[in-house]
Design a protein around this ligand. Structure first.
Ligand SMILES: Cc1cc2nc3c(=O)[nH]c(=O)nc-3n(C[C@H](O)[C@H](O)[C@H](O)COP(=O)(O)OP(=O)(O)OC[C@H]3O[C@@H](n4cnc5c(N)ncnc54)[C@H](O)[C@@H]3O)c2cc1C
Length: 484
């Protein structure tokens, strides 16, 4: 009888049995593994770092695969200073890239996420992850890749075959774009990638606009205006719900409350510009905000201003100091993320006794649609309070993905030990409700695969299945990820 190993995901409480866990260090080793598995029709499950926390971590969708972690293939191969293109292996983490850039005096943004320095660049982009630094939508920064198909055939992006440099210049390539078919797919293992990096601007200011729920329409207006203006270098738009903070604030002395936003919601975004252009850009943005007549003022924070506020607070008596320090530390971390550095601030939502699943529905950037989605979330919160859903919705964060789309990211926390079929019945219930109202998440936990694609877009995913079957008839690579 074959020996199997159990691998666990502390975030979902799920465990899967795998035949082996292998850590190759070269692409030749990867090719040999693929060739052997293909000959024996055995499934392989590839991860870059396996830290897809809240989306299944590094676990295969089903029992019986060999898990292959590419985390030891972590070479930064080259950096083209002229084009801002970095060539990396899949195991390169955000923290490693940040150190490399700092050590080499390269002033570029790291494509970061709330997952912190241990998340990989390639794995996150292949999942279509997003973050706050430009380019926010990480799959868009993926210029070209090398890898292997299930029968061991090497894959190179179209123009890389002509000239590797040209391949990274024009990712659309020629003919149908197969590169566009790589993120969230399961027909190719990626062993190398070129990623576009963006040079850091001279100044990065974070703008903080507290607002009340009835002002969501004005915020949608503001976001549409700002994201449509090519003359205004604004980005990294996040709407954060502050209910948790608000609960804490109610217990605070009045004097402290005066320094902190008194609204349920905060819009944060970044102005990134040269020193020379900072003033006219900021006054243009301030004018747009003023015209929309919000109840509260927008404040602008540079890293210098945050540093000065922190110094000032450090001089206060200790009772006040400890209360004011936390919001300032959070603000500094938010600024770090917007400035393309790594931060662990996202982990504040985690508790050791809780599991986590993300639910991240996409929404048209219009006040009507945002209102409809908000009402669904209100209903879920009432159901959670009545124990009809096992989840606590820890925070609500809305992220602008482009001029037309905003994604609501909900971390669903649940007590570890809750029966997994209750978790999935509830998750499926929430998905169904989203679908009925015309919403869909942009990304799914791997253990929801058996029901997700059938529920969300069955016709589309059956076509994907036909195409992937042609490329990988024995389902050797990442079987069942993103189709049933
Ligand atoms: C507190 C917290 C905050 C988070 N914030 C964010 C956030 O802001 N943005 C965000 O996007 N995510 C976020 N995440 C989710 C997740 O942790 C990150 O996306 C993380 O970067 C994914 O893990 P990884 O980079 O190790 O990718 P992996 O787990 O290695 O890869 C993800 C998936 O991609 C496929 N894949 C990976 N590598 C390959 C390869 N070489 N060839 C073929 N297929 C491959 C596999 O299907 C794999 O399961 C957060 C998680 C937590 C807990």
């Amino acid at each position: 009888m074959e020996q199997t190993t159990q691998v666990n995901d502390q975030y979902s409480g799920r465990s899967v049995s795998v035949e082996d866990v292998i850590y190759p260090t070269t692409s030749d080793e990867v090719r040999n593994l693929v060739l052997r598995a293909s000959a024996m029709k055995k499934p392989l499950y590839f991860v870059s770092g396996g830290r897809n926390w809240g989306y299944g971590s590094g676990l295969p969708v089903q029992d019986g695969s060999t898990l292959i972690s590419l985390e030891k293939m972590n070479q930064i191969i080259s950096f083209d200073r002229e084009l801002g293109v970095i060539e990396i292996e899949p195991g390169v983490t955000q923290g490693q890239l940040e150190r490399y850039l700092d050590e080499n005096g390269l002033n570029y943004y790291v494509p970061n996420t709330g997952a912190g320095p241990d998340g990989t660049i390639v794995g996150n982009a292949l999942e279509r992850g997003f973050g706050m630094a430009p380019i926010e939508n990480h799959a868009q920064g993926l210029l070209c890749v090398d890898g292997f198909l299930a029968d061991g055939t090497p894959y190179q992006s179209a123009l890389s075959e002509v000239n590797p440099k040209l391949g990274s210049c024009f990712p659309m390539g020629i003919g149908p774009s197969l590169d566009a078919f790589i993120p969230q797919s399961s027909w190719l293992v990626v062993t190398k990638a070129k990623v576009q990096l963006i040079r850091r601007t001279e100044v990065c200011d974070v703008m903080i606009l507290p607002f009340a729920r009835h002002e969501f329409g004005q915020v949608a207006d503001l976001l549409q205006q700002l994201s449509a203006r090519i003359d205004l270098p604004t980005g990294g738009f996040k709407i954060l719900n502050q209910r948790q903070l608000q609960h804490t604030l109610n217990d605070l002395p009045d004097v402290v409350r005066r320094f902190t936003p008194r609204s349920d919601w905060t819009l944060a975004f970044f102005i990134r510009s040269s020193k020379r252009l900072r003033r006219p850009i900021c006054s243009e943005v301030a004018q747009i905000i003023k015209d929309l007549k919000f109840d509260q003022h927008c404040s602008r924070w540079s890293d210098g201003k945050i540093g000065r506020a922190q110094k000032l607070v450090s001089l206060l008596p200790s009772s006040w100091r400890s209360l004011l320090q936390t919001p300032l530390i959070d603000l500094a971390e938010l600024h770090r993320l917007g400035d393309g550095r790594t931060s662990m601030i996202g982990h504040k939502i985690l508790k050791p006794e809780h599991g986590l699943l993300w639910l991240s529905p996409l929404c048209p950037l219009s006040s009507k649609d945002i209102g409809a989605l908000t009402r669904i979330v209100d209903r879920w919160e009432r159901m959670s309070a009545d124990n009809k859903l096992p989840f606590q919705i820890a925070t609500q964060t809305w992220t602008v993905l482009n001029q037309r789309t905003i994604a609501l990211v909900l971390p669903l926390l649940f007590p570890l030990g809750t029966p997994l079929d209750f978790i999935h019945k509830s998750y499926a219930h929430m998905l169904e409700e989203l679908r009925q109202h015309g919403f869909s998440p942009y990304r799914f936990p791997s253990d929801t695969m058996p029901y997700v694609t059938e529920m969300i877009a069955p016709r589309y995913f059956s076509l994907i299945q036909r195409i992937e079957n042609a490329l990988d008839p024995d389902r050797v690579i990442n079987a069942h990820r993103y189709h049933a």
